[in-house]
Design a protein around this ligand. Structure first.
Ligand SMILES: Cc1cc2nc3c(=O)[nH]c(=O)nc-3n(C[C@H](O)[C@H](O)[C@H](O)COP(=O)(O)O)c2cc1C
Length: 330
């Protein structure tokens, strides 16, 4: 079985078939480019408010920026009004995105209470109207990302994936866990993903519980999906997709030197500064540095210092000192 076979979402080739998940607060344009350079087959914006697009909200428009070297790139939209979602999708198509994805999985209270994200899992009639409206509004491929269900034990995938497919979506992304079960690895139900793959004819991308390279291989083997989507693993290790590919090919994941990891962080700092200016970029980098150094000795002290700096040179100095001390100790 060649699990790294490319596939198409509509007319867009996904090669390799491992993609970066939308992660609010992280998957901005510089981070997407970084992960793309480690061979992601597709990258996603974080979820974009359809109301924000409709009302031309400045913060929403910040999320819409992308660069040509990210392509193919999918814009993920959220909302619960079919007309506003259709408007946003059409606007984003015009901006040059390759794919539109509709969020039907976000568990955040603010989103759910507005009837969007995972609240849609409870409303098949509205799911139908939304997919229909967005499908009519755009020519580029359309996908939907959904969770297994809302309440623990519930599985709405069979019903919803058939609605989504029959209304003309080009692929379905399944996070095989309910909203109530949150993000618990032991509750990830890959069997539910396999069942969808067996019953729909559009490509299926499996998501959830990808922590190590071996999880990517297992997801392909257990579910038979066309593609695998990795989220949190890429946040701590932007090279994760390349490593997973190497693991599938050779049985050995990538092993990077600390100096190579440092260079990757430095590259991200530089791209964030180009995109957002020094002050904002240095603030943005705090959360990334926390993920990149997760579990390393001395990280709490590094975090305290990083949280106090405001200039690129100071940040670089801290990072170099931290990584060089570590390299010397190896
Ligand atoms: C901090 C955070 C932000 C997220 N933001 C989004 C989002 O904007 N849109 C979305 O569809 N999913 C979002 N997700 C869910 C991920 O895309 C993904 O479905 C989930 O993390 C499971 O994949 P993983 O186990 O590989 O991380 C988010 C998850 C986290 C942890």
């Amino acid at each position: 079985m060649n699990m790294l076979r490319s596939f198409k979402i509509g007319n867009v080739p996904i090669d390799p078939p491992i993609v970066l998940a939308p992660i609010a607060g992280f998957t901005d344009s510089p981070f997407r480019i970084l992960v793309k350079n480690f061979t992601a087959g597709l990258v996603y914006t974080e979820m974009i408010s359809s109301m924000g697009v409709f009302f031309k909200d400045a913060k929403t428009f910040e999320l819409i920026k992308f660069k040509e070297n990210e392509k193919p790139v999918s814009a993920q939209i959220f909302g619960n009004d079919p007309d506003k979602l259709a408007y946003a999708a059409s606007y984003l198509e015009e901006k040059g995105f390759d794919i539109i994805d509709i969020n039907m999985g976000c568990p955040a209270n603010k989103i759910v209470s507005s009837g969007a994200g995972s609240a849609l899992l409870k409303n098949p009639g509205l799911v139908k109207k939304i997919v229909q409206a967005v499908r009519t509004a755009v020519k580029i491929p359309l996908t939907v990302k959904l969770r297994k269900g809302f309440s623990s034990g519930e599985n709405v995938l069979f019903e919803l994936s058939h609605i989504i497919e029959s209304e003309g979506a080009d692929a379905i992304i399944i996070h095989g866990i309910t909203v109530e079960d949150g993000f618990k690895k032991d509750k990830e139900d890959w069997e539910s993903i396999r069942q969808v793959k067996e019953t729909v004819s559009v490509p299926v991308i499996g998501n959830g519980g990808i922590i190590k390279e071996t999880d990517v291989k297992n997801m392909f083997e257990i579910t038979g999906v066309d593609g695998v989507m990795a989220g949190r693993a890429c946040i701590g290790e932007p090279w994760f997709i390349k490593s997973a590919i190497q693991f599938i090919d050779t049985g050995i994941p990538l092993s990077l030197l600390l100096s190579e990891k440092l260079n990757i962080i430095v590259k991200l700092v530089e791209m964030e500064i180009d995109e957002k200016g020094e002050e904002n970029a240095i603030k943005e980098m705090r959360k990334f540095i926390q993920s990149f150094t997760f579990g390393m000795r001395g990280v709490a002290a590094l975090r305290d210092k990083v949280n106090k700096v405001g200039k690129k040179d100071e940040l670089m100095g801290l990072l170099r000192a931290f990584f060089e001390v570590k390299e010397a100790a190896v």
